[in-house]
Design a protein around this ligand. Structure first.
Ligand SMILES: *[C@@H]1O[C@H](CO)[C@@H](O)[C@H](O)[C@H]1NC(C)=O
Ligand SMILES: *[C@@H]1O[C@H](CO)[C@@H](O)[C@H](O)[C@H]1NC(C)=O
Ligand SMILES: *[C@@H]1O[C@H](CO)[C@@H](O)[C@H](O)[C@H]1NC(C)=O
Ligand SMILES: *[C@@H]1O[C@H](CO)[C@@H](O)[C@H](O)[C@H]1NC(C)=O
Ligand SMILES: *[C@@H]1O[C@H](CO)[C@@H](O)[C@H](O)[C@H]1NC(C)=O
Length: 529
């Protein structure tokens, strides 16, 4: 029954849609027909058709015929607006020149030279034609045909004071960005200053200018971009894009630096290895001017020698410092510090080198009906003997503990999964640790996750409103949760979520929630029936 109903609705929608679309088409067709008919009428009712016959070549208008005499200026005006017509070679352009008094004589000039006088062709051009209603037709056959076309009224005024209507035929030209110019010629700024960039572009039609910072599209249109009160995150590569739909958009970029003290991040603040092995510690530094980066152990700077290798890698606008420690011995385990310093200040981050396991990441939970599958990745050089996953409803004090089975590892990475059965909806959190022959790891950071998303149409849900709210929250959460979250470093996790990414996620979830709401409404509708 319900399925049938949906089909009926869908069909109705399709039919309605088609009807509207058809109506739209039919309407525009009619307009064309009407327009065509009007044009034909004009031609048929043409009362000036034999001007050319009555004229004697290039001479001045016949003095005996009143209609060809100069008219007083006050009695006549243009009914047509000046136009800029964008054309390419091969186009045929019509330049109208309607005047309030059809008896007035007009001449057409191209860039100052006479081409038509009182409907008589003066130039030899075969690609120009004038209609009895004064409209000039230009068959654009070469670049010589671009330019200014003036329709001039022959009034009793002095020659140079005669009213004229100036049309332009301009070539379609692809957009081209000449430069991005900072208002004060600087690419280096202090925090709190104002950034002012102008993107100079040519092209016809005038290109539309949009801006990007890195890969993120900015909500700014027009040739000037102004950002007051500069923050660290306003530094980067600004791209301006000029598009006039003629060819591919043109783009240009400029790198803008905002001076700031170093911001140091570590993706792994616990690194696990074992005696005799090697370990790699990494920190990423965002700084301008470029920071001096050192690794320290017990207050001493580490330099490249038989035991250590320090390497600096540039990653786009960031610098990554990699400390490799070879042939680990008992003394090698402990805390290392990555310190970055520039003229604006300094910052450091600590990294622990351990032999116990290191929890690497929490994978986005999977949902299967009312079950939620939690998945973690754990690294250990020596075999893991036990995992422990803890979880609780948000706000509760007591953890529930599970001991998932230890499965095989690939390249020292263990995949740990645990299925929570019949979990009711709500906000939960989880953490985990693992044990190898050197002991238990630290607990991971606490990661949030959501209870079960009720299936559509499960009719035993008593509170539709509440249910809907939960669903919305869930979608928000899903949209902003990356596939896998580093389980070690809350700080990184928050700082590194790019603003742009979360905005995009938000948009997506709005659309999908609208769709879901529609489907849900349909269901409610049919359940009630
Ligand atoms: C002036 O020209 C118009 C249009 O050709 C014509 O209808 C009219 O008879 C002419 N008048 C005179 C006085 O020749
Ligand atoms: C002028 O006449 C031409 C040819 O009859 C017609 O196509 C055009 O639409 C007319 N233009 C105006 C502005 O009346
Ligand atoms: C325009 O000029 C070209 C070249 O002379 C010719 O082939 C074409 O037929 C013309 N088109 C019109 C609409 O007059
Ligand atoms: C901006 O920089 C350009 C190129 O370095 C230079 O030619 C121009 O004079 C500078 N303008 C100002 C206002 O400093
Ligand atoms: C930024 O540029 C605009 C347009 O060029 C200008 O009006 C404005 O004064 C500039 N602002 C600053 C702070 O330079």
């Amino acid at each position: 029954m319900e399925v049938k109903g949906i089909f009926v609705i869908l069909c109705l929608c399709v039919v309605l849609d088609c009807t509207f679309a058809k109506k739209g088409r039919a309407k525009s067709q009619n307009i064309e027909d009407t327009y065509g008919a009007l044009v034909d009428d004009d031609v048929q009712n043409d009362e000036y058709g034999d001007y050319e016959d009555s004229e004697d070549g290039q001479g001045p208008p016949d003095e005996t015929n009143d209609t060809l005499r100069p008219v007083e200026e006050e009695t006549v005006e243009f009914l047509t607006q000046a136009q800029v017509v964008i054309a390419k070679i091969g186009d045929v352009v019509r330049l109208p020149c309607d005047v309030s008094n059809p008896d007035v004589v007009i001449v057409w000039q191209k860039d100052g030279s006479l081409i038509f006088q009182g409907h008589i062709a003066v130039s030899r051009s075969t690609n120009l034609m004038e209609f009895p209603n004064n409209t000039l037709e230009v068959n654009v056959t070469s670049s010589n045909d671009f330019g200014n076309y003036a329709c001039i009224l022959i009034t009793s005024n002095e020659d140079d004071k005669r009213p004229q209507l100036l049309h332009k035929i301009v070539p379609l030209t692809p957009p081209q960005i000449m430069a991005i110019i900072p208002s004060n010629n600087r690419t280096e700024y202090q925090l709190g200053e104002t950034l002012n960039l102008t993107c100079k572009a040519t092209g016809y039609p005038k290109p539309d200018i949009s801006w990007h910072l890195g890969n993120e599209r900015l909500d700014i249109h027009g040739e000037t971009l102004t950002i007051p009160d500069l923050k660290v995150e306003n530094g980067g590569i600004y791209r301006c894009l000029a598009d006039n739909k003629v060819t591919k958009p043109s783009h240009h970029h400029i790198e803008i630096h905002v001076e700031h003290a170093p911001i140091v991040k570590t993706e792994k603040y616990i690194v696990t290895s074992d005696k005799g092995e090697e370990a790699e510690l990494t920190c990423t530094v965002d700084a301008y001017p470029a920071a001096h980066i050192v690794w320290k152990r017990n207050g001493e700077n580490l330099v490249t020698n038989s035991q250590y290798a320090v390497k600096l890698v540039r990653r786009e606008l960031l610098h990554e410092s990699i400390l490799t420690i070879r042939n680990l011995n008992d003394d090698s385990f402990g805390t290392y510090t990555c310190l970055a310093k520039n003229s604006k200040g300094k910052q450091e981050k600590k990294v622990s080198l351990v032999r116990t396991p290191a929890v690497r990441e929490f994978v986005k939970p999977e949902r299967d009906n009312k079950d939620v599958v939690l998945t973690w990745r754990v690294e250990s050089k020596t075999p893991i003997s036990m995992h422990e996953i803890q979880y609780r409803k948000k706000g509760e004090a007591k953890w529930s503990t599970a001991k998932p089975e230890v499965s095989n590892h690939v390249n020292n990475i263990y995949l740990v999964t645990y299925t929570l059965k019949d979990l009711e909806a709500g906000n939960y959190e989880t953490r985990m640790r693992s044990k190898n022959n050197h002991g238990w790891s630290e607990f991971s950071d606490i990661m949030p996750f959501e209870g079960v998303l009720a299936k559509h149409g499960s009719s035993h849900k008593p509170h539709h409103k509440k249910h809907h709210k939960e669903k919305e929250q869930k979608e928000k959460h899903l949209a902003s949760t990356p596939e896998a979250i580093p389980a070690q470093h809350q700080e990184i996790k928050h700082n590194e979520a790019p603003v742009g990414a979360s905005q995009h996620g938000g948009c997506g979830s709005t659309t999908s929630s609208a769709t879901v709401s529609c489907i849900a409404l349909l269901f409610l509708f049919f359940i009630r029936q």
